[in-house]
Structures are given as structure tokens and as C-alpha cells.
Design a protein. Structure first.
Length: 435
């Protein structure tokens, strides 16, 4: 039986822990905060409940595989529900697009109604083309560890040197369609001009696999993983900050906590910012080269999130509304509220210079007088910002050059977001294998 310590209890950390425990390892999770789940938590106040971080995901198979490979199916603990409402896009010119998430024909019809047949055909062809991109990324990057060198055929198909902005300009003739495509960079905290065009593959994934939430809010995912950890007899230590990964001769031997306690381990899985891991926690010659590469990256810009408790009547919005402009503002309506009230979460992508309510009013949502509760989500580690296609290789690899050390989470391969971080945990579990 291998002794495993997982640093951090975000989605990737908990996913790695339960998978490895099912493989027979003795697992301990060390979390610096008092609560588990990281950005999967909830914000509760004045009778309202909001998701602190993620509220939905595409690729539901990644979550289903996680629970199946760690014990019973996800349905034994959680109920995944499809988001059936179109995503609303409100543009600066006052036009509105209700874009269905998971239906090709309905998407084309919506674009035709807004911008005409030519733009509709352009959008449909672009998303169709991302089908090949998905197959390449799935086989070379999302399911296995990132390969040292991709086949030339794959590189030519992916065109990593082509930015998402360039794709938008070349493939779409309508500024509103371009804004919708750029949003796949903005929601990850990156600039479309610095984000590879293949990141637009998320438009294909949503259309193909849909978007899913969880009954009772996405915070229930953290609850389900904590319960699964208990079922798998995982030791959980909260208020336990790891300040050093102990190594000898290029191999991990344990971790040291802030109180001086040393915990022995054969394997350490890190779910924290890799820049902190390699810059502060790991002092081993084997990490010198990777340290330099990872410290050259920069953090993606986390959305500034304000949760609003509103008394009726307020405008009726779908599950998610994107208010395009500078900055881009996203309104989510999936929170829980008392009778006669609604719970909105407002995410600002960019550097807000105005109050959130002023931003909403400027975009046509006059709800200032309806606010009865206002809360702010704590900031979280949002992963690595795209700074050109080479960023993919500057992220932390799942398997470290330090033997026994592994990386998961938003800053590691294959990237941020619920599907990517869940897949990263699967990669690490497969790399470590059975005890």
C-alpha cells in the first residue's frame, strides 16, 4: 500500500484522493483552510445560497467516470441535470441572442434570426470544424499526459499559432458572433488575442454534450466528494498548511506542515498553484528546470464575483446571461432564494472600474432597488493565463521530474475548468496506478 498525501482539497485534489484510495493507497488530504472543496463551495447569507465558483459543466462523462472509478455511480450521491435554457447574449447595440446550448439546428436558427443566413452558416461551419479538433485534443492532451511532441499531422490540424481572435476575424463576419467566440477565452481569464484558436473547441463540446448542473447547486459536488472520501477511509486534515515537500535525491519522502509536523509519504499530489509548489515548497535540484519554466507563467484573471439576493419583481433571465462589453459581465440565476426572491451571481471578467450594480444598470438590468443581500465570493486560483500557444507546455506537467510528485488542478495540465481538472486527476491516478 502506497502512502499518498494530497495537498489541497479543490475538485482536482479530492478527485485524485478518492481515485487513489480506490486503487488501494493510504491517502491523507491536507487542506490549509477550515473547509474542503476550494472554489466548489457555497456562499450563504440572509436565507440565500449561491455557488461560490463553478455552477455548471460540460463533458458530464468526466464526473460520471470519477465517481464510478472511486466507488458507486454519481447518481448514488448527486443528480446531474441538463441546462435546457439557451444562454442569453446581450450586445452593446441592444440586440439579444438566445443561443441554445446543445442543438445544432436550433443554434443555426437562432443565428439566422439575429444576423442572417450567412452568419448562421459561418457559425455552424466553425463549430462543426471543431469536431476534428476535439478528437485530436482528446487523444493527445486531455486523456493522456501531454506528449513531448505531437505528430506533425496533429499540429497542422490544430494550428496552435492561430489565436482565437484571429479565428473570429477570419471565420465570422459579424461582430456579435465574434464576441460570442471570444467569450470562451474571457471565461478562462485570458485574452482572445493570446489564446490559441483551438480553445474554441468548447463551443463544440457544449453543442455536442450539453451543459449540466447539479440539483441543489454545484456546491453539492464538493459534498459528494467529501462523502466519497469518508467512504474510502481517507484521512482529512483541515487547517493543515503544507509549507514544504520533503525530498531526498530527487524523490519525495513526505511533507512538512506549518506547525512543524512532518508526514511521511511515498507519493505527493499537489492541487495548489504550481508556482507556489515549485517556487516555495520544493527545493530539489531535480525541479530546477521545471521551476524556471513554471515561474515564467502568469495567473489567469479570476472573475470578480458578487452574489445578489433580490426581491421580486426582477427581470426574468435564463440560467446564464452574458452581457458583452468592457468588461464582460455574466449573470447566473441558479442560486436558491426564499419565496418571492431570486438569487443571482454576477461575474465580472476584466478589471471593473464601476460598481457591479452600475455595470448591470448600464447594460439594461435595473435592479438596484431590489437588492436585499449582497455578498462577495473569495478569490481563488484561476489557473494559468494563455500567453500564446507555448503556454500549454509551460503549465505544470501532471508527472513531475521529482519522483513521486504529481500535479493536478487549474495550473496543471490539461488546464482549468471542471472538465479539465477532473480529467487531470484521472491522468494522475492512471500514472500512479494500483498500490
Amino acid at each position: 500500500m502506497g502512502t499518498v498525501i494530497v495537498i489541497g482539497s479543490g475538485l482536482a485534489g479530492l478527485a485524485s484522493a478518492v481515485r487513489l484510495a480506490k486503487l488501494g493507497h493510504q491517502v491523507t488530504v491536507c487542506e490549509r483552510d477550515e473547509h474542503l472543496g476550494g472554489a466548489l463551495g457555497r456562499v450563504e447569507a440572509d436565507g440565500f445560497t449561491w455557488d461560490a465558483g463553478a455552477a455548471s459543466t460540460t463533458l458530464p462523462a468526466a464526473l460520471r467516470d470519477l465517481f464510478r472509478k472511486s466507488g458507486r455511480p454519481i447518481e448514488s450521491l448527486l443528480q446531474l441535470e441538463p441546462v435546457t435554457e439557451p444562454r442569453r447574449h446581450m450586445f452593446a447595440d441592444g440586440s439579444v441572442l438566445d443561443l441554445p446550448i446543445n442543438d445544432r439546428g436550433s443554434q443555426q436558427e437562432a443565428w439566422t434570426g439575429l444576423a442572417g443566413e450567412q452568419v448562421a452558416e459561418q457559425w455552424t461551419a466553425l463549430v462543426d470544424g471543431y469536431g476534428e479538433t476535439w478528437q485530436i485534443l482528446r487523444k493527445t492532451s486531455l486523456e493522456p499526459p501531454l506528449q513531448d511532441k505531437l505528430p506533425l499531422k496533429s499540429i497542422r490540424a490544430l494550428k496552435p499559432w492561430q489565436s482565437l481572435e484571429k479565428v473570429a476575424q477570419h471565420e465570422l463576419s459579424d461582430d456579435r458572433a465574434r464576441a460570442v467566440l471570444r467569450h470562451f477565452a474571457a471565461q478562462g481569464g485570458s485574452d482572445a488575442k493570446l489564446t490559441p484558436g483551438y480553445v474554441g473547441v468548447w463551443s463544440y463540446l457544449e453543442r455536442t454534450f450539453g451543459r449540466w448542473t447539479i440539483e441543489g447547486g454545484f456546491g453539492a459536488l464538493a459534498d459528494g466528494l467529501v462523502q466519497r472520501a469518508s467512504e474510502r477511509k481517507i484521512t482529512v486534515r483541515t487547517s493543515a498548511e503544507v509549507v514544504a515537500v520533503i525530498t531526498a535525491g530527487g524523490t519525495v519522502s513526505g511533507v512538512r506542515l506549518a506547525d512543524g509536523t512532518e508526514l511521511p509519504a511515498d507519493i505527493v499530489v499537489s492541487d495548489i498553484d504550481p508556482r507556489e509548489l515549485y517556487g516555495q515548497l520544493v527545493d530539489d535540484p531535480a525541479a530546477k528546470k521545471v521551476r524556471k519554466r513554471i515561474l515564467s507563467t502568469h495567473q489567469a484573471q479570476a472573475a470578480y464575483v458578487v452574489h445578489l439576493g433580490l426581491k421580486d419583481p426582477v427581470p426574468t433571465l435564463p440560467f446564464e446571461t452574458v452581457l458583452h462589453g468592457t468588461p464582460t459581465v455574466v449573470v447566473r440565476t441558479g442560486g436558491q432564494a426564499p419565496v418571492g426572491h431570486q438569487a443571482w451571481s454576477v461575474l465580472v471578467h476584466g478589471y471593473p472600474t464601476d460598481d457591479v450594480l452600475d455595470l448591470l444598470i448600464a447594460r439594461g438590468l435595473h435592479i438596484r432597488e431590489n437588492v436585499v443581500s449582497r455578498q462577495t465570493s473569495p478569490s481563488w486560483w484561476a489557473g494559468v493565463a494563455w500567453e500564446g500557444y507555448k503556454t500549454a507546455r509551460r503549465r505544470a506537467a501532471n508527472v513531475s521530474p521529482v519522483k513521486g510528485l504529481y500535479c493536478v488542478g487549474a495550473g496543471a495540465h490539461p488546464g482549468s475548468g471542471v472538465p479539465a481538472t477532473t480529467l487531470g486527476a484521472a491522468i494522475v491516478a492512471d500514472a500512479i496506478g494500483k498500490a
